[in-house]
Ligand binder design. Structure first.
Ligand SMILES: [Ca+2]
Length: 315
């Protein structure tokens, strides 16, 4: 009996156009299990709006996926809690010196929050939402039209759960950039899966990865990823930065596509604010927002192999 192929999962990807977002997108767009309905660019994360959206469009042209629409989402946080240094954001805007071919048409579309609402409300089926950046755009969309939540099958987000020290400083990644947006989105009636940074650390940018990428550079997209990482590493070296690099968003993308690799535990979290409205604490406990947190992944799977065979299997 022939194996029945499941129809591709419709998904909206929300991104802040950092290096690992590009790699995650390049990988996702090659996956037949996924039907990317739209890319929402959120300008409150690691790049500035609209430069991040322009970079996304040029990148999509370069890898041959310019059919995917890019929408310009929010550029101002609900509450300004981001601590990303401006210098680092500007380096992301410049793609660390990587030159992408100029495009005569930069075709991102404005009013991304309204477009997001429209895509969700007009869809005949539920759509999954993969968030690789801050939740600002989705939060603004839920403020304008709370009914969109019924149209979201699952929100899967890289970062946004507490780990280790359960306080504001222990709240990880994208969720921390705009805490008010995260608080608002988590309070909605949504199925939420969050990947914490301590789990995503399984995929560092190291010599082994670079060697493997180098071997597969005959594929255009792998060559792009290789160059992107080389430029980033040169930038890190020049700036005497010591932080280790991880493919956070790529891990999120892979685990989104392969849910059998993850172990999820339900958690309840509550955001505590003082009388000035500032976030002072995040508590795990019996009352608050219900989320699923990925606490472990199956380590028998080789993430580098999953990354590269997606590109090289078709030659
Ligand atoms: Ca990101």
């Amino acid at each position: 009996m022939p194996i029945q192929k499941l129809p591709p999962r419709p998904v909206i990807i929300d991104t802040d156009a950092d290096f690992d977002d590009f790699i995650a997108l390049a990988w996702l767009l090659e996956r037949s299990e996924i039907n990317v309905k739209a890319i929402i660019y959120t300008g409150t994360g690691w790049s500035h709006s609209p430069q991040g959206a322009k970079n996304l469009c040029r990148f999509l042209f370069h890898i041959g996926h310019h059919e995917v629409p890019v929408y310009l989402g929010s550029r101002i946080s609900l509450r300004n809690t981001s601590n990303i240094p401006e210098k680092k954001r500007k380096a992301v805007d410049r793609l660390w010196g990587l030159e992408l071919p100029e495009q005569s048409q930069i075709n991102y579309q404005k009013r991304g929050v309204d477009r997001l609402i429209s895509i969700l409300m007009n869809s005949s089926e539920q759509i999954e939402y993969l968030c690789l950046g801050p939740l600002t755009s989705l939060a603004r969309a839920t403020l304008k039209k709370p009914e969109i939540c019924k149209q979201i099958k699952q929100l899967f987000i890289m970062g946004g759960a507490p780990h280790k020290d359960i306080d504001v400083s222990g709240f990880t990644g994208n969720g921390r950039i705009d805490l008010m947006a995260t608080d608002l989105v988590y309070s909605q009636d949504l199925t939420i899966t969050v990947l914490t940074q301590n789990v995503a650390r399984n995929f560092p940018v190291d010599a082994f990865l670079i060697e493997n990428l180098h071997c597969c550079r005959y594929h255009k997209v792998v060559d792009f990823i290789y160059h992107l990482i080389q430029h980033l590493l040169q930038h890190v070296k020049k700036q005497n930065l010591t932080n280790k690099l991880y493919m956070w968003d790529l891990v999120a993308a892979i685990l989104f596509v392969y849910p059998h690799l993850i172990h999820i535990e339900p958690q309840t979290i509550r955001f505590v604010r003082n009388n000035k409205g500032e976030y002072t604490d995040i508590l795990l406990g019996s009352e608050g927002h219900n989320i699923g947190v990925i606490v472990d992944i199956n380590k028998n799977y080789d993430l580098i192999d999953i990354l590269l065979t997606t590109f090289t299997k078709a030659g």
